[in-house]
Design a binder for this molecule. Sequence first.
Ligand SMILES: *Cc1c(COP(=O)(O)O)cnc(C)c1O
Length: 440
Amino acid sequence: MSGKPLLERSRQAVWHPCTQMKSHEQLPLVPLSRGEGIWLYDEHGRRLLDGVSSWWVNLFGHCNPRINDAISEQLETLEHAMLAGFTHEPVVQLSERLSALTGRALGHAFYASDGASATEIALKMSMHAWRNQGRSGKTRFLSLSGSYHGETVGALAVTDVALFRDAYAPLIQAGATVMSPDARAAEEGESAADVAERAALELEHYLDEHHDDIAAFIVEPLVQGACGMAMYDPHYLQRVRELCNRYEVHLIADEIAVGCGRTGTFFACEQADIWPDFICLSKGISGGYLPLSLVLTTDDIYTCFYDDDVRRGFLHSHSYTGNALACRAALATLDIFDKDSVLEANRRRATLLGNASHVAFAKHPRVRHLRQRGMIVAFDVADADAGFSTRYFQNALDRELLLRPLGNTVYFMPPYIVESDDITHLVDGALKALDATLTS
Ligand SMILES: *Cc1c(COP(=O)(O)O)cnc(C)c1O
């Protein structure tokens, strides 16, 4: 193309996500040329350790040979075909394997491409399932304060992050929110389980009054990601399951970020020993290769739609539903989980990451609430100013690290190939970047 550098051309032609484009007058975009394992390389040969799995999607490193091979093979066989009236091996196998991972509790898979669409599909299915049962008053949704379920207009109805929601408020039919069980809200003498119980009581009050209107309660199980890695006790999910049963409200588990082993079990809900009525999956499910999302649901929900009348069927059409390449990438991802006993190996990785983080940050004068759930470690920085996140990101880049704090919350969410040396690089660099950011 032209002789202009890639980042100049990008600023002109590409509108980047979650970005004030004017900020790139000062901050250069990073022109990536390739990726390999945990590393990304820029055009100048500089390497960056991908400490956030490229926005939480990459599970087994960049250009993973096993996923590459699976996609190449699929590319030579069937790249994509419409899924209405047609089917193919990758989509069937993926659905069967995911169903098996839920112990067949959620045996029906509906596909889309992005996480926000999975949220919308679950919301639509929930409301429509109630209507098909003669409960047409159940049309509203409930979420947690600080919830994040995507940024399309429908998903924003259950997303409680002011920055993303307020600008588009006139378009949104916002649902109600209830108190988050975030363990950081513990008062003197309260445990994380106590906070969970307190939040459950508030939910109980809310449902007691409003359950006739509420179709579903949607939660991010164990970790509320986008609002700043708020972690909570599994007890909350047990109480939620109980209350949703009692008040006849569907439970939607948005496992888009926390699923696929991120919190230590394949599904985060397993740690509470419950199954929801819907599970949303995306991000890691394709290994971070291709856009793929899906909603898993139960026989009970599926049966509500099974009828001779087309209007009682689930109505959601998406051109790329069940894309064969993306499903094949997902199958290769699940193969790696099996063959490498990834959940078990991650327990060792999580311990190393947790220990190193503890040594570096636990006694740091500006660090608060150092916390971990599986392969997520996070802490908050006291008295951080408004520019903290951007400056931290830059300071991390200078130390060969990709880290992108959420406000004043610094977090590590590395791919499941992170080894001892990488952890040293990650934690040392993160500490140096913190001190550099706080003194600049
Ligand atoms: C990222 C995310 C989404 C939205 O997924 P997109 O693919 O970005 O639309 C929804 N819910 C949670 C919990 C997420 O982390």
